[in-house]
Design a protein around this ligand. Structure first.
Ligand code: HEM
Length: 163
């Protein structure tokens, strides 16, 4: 006869394979899977188009007015600025849309965005701005500084026939 202090027979040892253990094991395996499963490849943001410094004649600059998904460029004192980030100023319907795709120098010097501030003959010589008075030249310098701080120069304005 077995005495009370002797260990129970092997068959009576509780098996670890119980329903609750199976559930816990499944959960554990699932959590490990979640942890290790490869993350979805991240879609990288598209790089902006490269900015290439180039020369623009007035007719070449003209289409850069924000229409037809074009960027917005304008020229100040011979420098062509990419003002696309200021599209609400210069883009279609903006208060200064007249400057888009044009030489804005005279308009900025005069503080006017009237049509007659723009060079009408795109195929002719560039506006020499030689009739501007000191105050207008100073205003133009101020605008140039502001544009240099805020926007990227993407090119140089040259008259037709000079490239
Ligand atoms: C009724 C008169 C005008 C009002 C109320 C007005 C208003 C404004 C305002 C609120 C800004 C934004 C300023 C900022 O972001 O710091 C601005 C910017 C500007 N304004 Fe005017 N403006 C007026 C006349 C003019 C005129 C006559 C010109 C023509 C040269 C002009 C050219 C500009 C330019 C070039 C900018 C800079 C936009 C940029 O940061 O790219 N504004 N104006």
């Amino acid at each position: 006869m077995a005495d009370a202090s002797s260990p129970p027979p092997a068959a009576e040892v509780a098996s670890p394979v119980t329903p609750i253990n199976l559930i816990l094991l499944t959960l554990f395996v699932f959590l490990v899977y979640l942890r290790l499963k490869p993350a979805k490849p991240q879609a990288l943001p598209r790089a902006p188009p490269p900015t290439v410094f180039r020369t623009f004649t007035p007719p070449e600059l003209f289409p850069y007015n924000g229409l037809n998904e074009m960027p917005v460029y304008l020229a100040v004192k011979g420098q062509v600025f990419d003002v696309t980030s200021g599209k609400n100023f210069y883009g279609p319907g903006g208060p200064y849309a007249n400057f888009a795709g044009r030489d804005a120098s005279r308009g900025l010097a005069h503080g006017s965005f009237d049509e007659d501030m723009l060079t009408s003959d795109l195929d002719g010589p560039l506006d020499p701005l030689d009739d501007l008075n000191d105050e207008q030249l100073e205003a133009l310098r101020g605008w140039e500084e502001r544009f240099l701080e805020k926007y990227l120069v993407v090119g140089k304005l040259v008259p037709v026939g000079a490239k």
